[in-house]
Design a protein around this ligand. Structure first.
Ligand SMILES: [Zn+2]
Length: 203
């Protein structure tokens, strides 16, 4: 149902899009839908660009999960000095300089509220609370990230796999596989609390 609604403004002619937009003003759609229409209008603003840009990137973005406000990979790039200015010293040390918080010290280590964990640097949603589990390792542990939100890179020593926020490149921690935890993936995303910002709710 939602997908069909989403496809409509992308595939139809520009005039139909504006009609749809007017209708949405008369009968306000749910919040997610109104967000979609807003972005449709934004993207369609330069009428001469209707051809390729509108249908192309728009389609991918909506299919990729517009409802979680996902930031595109690499979309939140800043000079390190700018990060230093907006992050706390501890956030900068961990997110930008790949530091590690002391085990057992993080505010989300033994925290199990319902919600979403976002990147502390750029606020891109990274993990759902439903994927958090108690690993006993001293850091927050998740068995999977939100689709496309997390990048993996081998550490220089070749022994561990670093995980970073795909949008801003901020260091999150490391991912380990095959440890035998009874989770759907048998993976453990071992994440610094400092790299995360919890938002309550079930969305
Ligand atoms: Zn980020």
């Amino acid at each position: 149902m939602k997908l069909q609604i989403l496809k409509t403004p992308i595939l139809v002619k520009p005039s139909s899009i504006f009609n749809a937009t007017k209708q949405s003003r008369l009968a306000p759609p749910p919040r997610s839908l109104s967000t979609l229409y807003r972005s449709s209008r934004l993207q369609s603003a330069p009428l001469s660009n209707f051809g390729s840009g509108f249908a192309g990137s728009g389609t991918r973005k909506f299919k990729g999960g517009a409802f979680v406000a996902m930031a595109a990979p690499g979309s939140v790039q800043k000079p390190e000095e700018e990060w230093r200015a907006i992050l706390s010293p501890e956030q900068f040390r961990i997110l930008r300089q790949k530091g590690t918080e002391y085990p057992g010290s993080g505010e989300y280590n033994k925290f199990y509220e319902d919600g979403v964990y976002k990147c502390a640097g750029c606020e891109t949603p990274l993990y759902k609370s439903t994927t958090k589990f108690n690993s006993g390792c001293g850091w927050p542990a998740f068995y999977e990230g939100l689709p496309g939100a997390i990048n993996r890179n081998a550490d220089p020593d070749g022994r561990r796999i670093e995980i970073t926020c795909a949008a801003c490149g901020g260091h999150l921690g490391h991912v380990f596989k095959g440890e035998g935890f009874p989770t759907p993936t048998d993976e453990r995303h071992c994440v610094n609390s400092v790299s995360l910002k919890f938002t309550p709710g079930t969305d």
